[in-house]
Write a protein of this length. Structure first.
Length: 201
């Protein structure tokens, strides 16, 4: 009889434990759902937390506010500089001197659409990643070929020099050979491509 009671008590305890765990799991699922819905509601008209554009935090802002914040930051000098080197010589050139244009509107649109793909699982992962580690959007940069060319010609004048052939000079009966000098020219197309790649990196 006591063995039967013990089995009955164990079954009752197991049933009670299973019921408690089921209720706890249900509460956790409901709480998670409520948290997700609250987060969705809070950010329905704002960029998700943790998102930035060119290192400028825009999470929690409406797209027009985000665009204004990023524009202000770029006016304060957030555009990168390009350092050109030739041996020990260095030239620091501002992106604005190269006619760089940054598509901020497209970058802010990308910030707005981040975590809004319409695929629930992907969106949840993206939002969690932005919350924990952040997510930075780098806008596309286009260069003005004319401005790059003008800036590079200025550098080329300092670096390059034309070839000078060896010269034979005759003074009286004595002939002297003057040394020639190899020419040096800046490859403007290759330099443009390197600058363009650096600004897009």
């Amino acid at each position: 009889m006591s063995a039967g009671r013990d089995v009955s008590r164990i079954k009752g305890a197991m049933t009670s434990l299973a019921l408690t765990l089921s209720i706890a799991l249900l509460i956790a699922i409901v709480a998670t759902g409520v948290a997700v819905m609250t987060y969705e509601h809070d950010y329905r008209a704002r960029i998700y937390a943790g998102v930035s554009v060119l290192g400028v935090p825009v999470g929690g802002l409406a797209p027009d506010q985000a665009l204004e914040r990023v524009r202000r930051a770029l006016e304060e000098g957030a555009l990168p500089y390009v350092v050109l080197t030739d041996g020990d010589s260095r030239w620091t050139v501002g992106a604005r001197d190269l006619g760089a244009q940054v598509d901020l509107a497209a970058a802010v649109r990308a910030a707005w659409t981040f975590g809004r793909s319409g695929v629930f699982r992907h969106d949840m992962v993206a939002r969690a990643r932005a919350l924990w580690w952040g997510y930075d959007i780098v806008p596309s940069v286009t260069l003005d070929a004319g401005a790059v060319s003008q800036t590079m010609r200025g550098v080329a004048r300092q670096v390059g020099h034309p070839m000078r052939p060896a010269q034979l000079r005759v003074t009286g009966l004595q002939a002297m050979i003057g040394e020639g000098q190899a020419g040096r020219e800046v490859d403007l197309a290759a330099t443009y491509a390197a600058i363009d790649a650096a600004l897009r990196a």
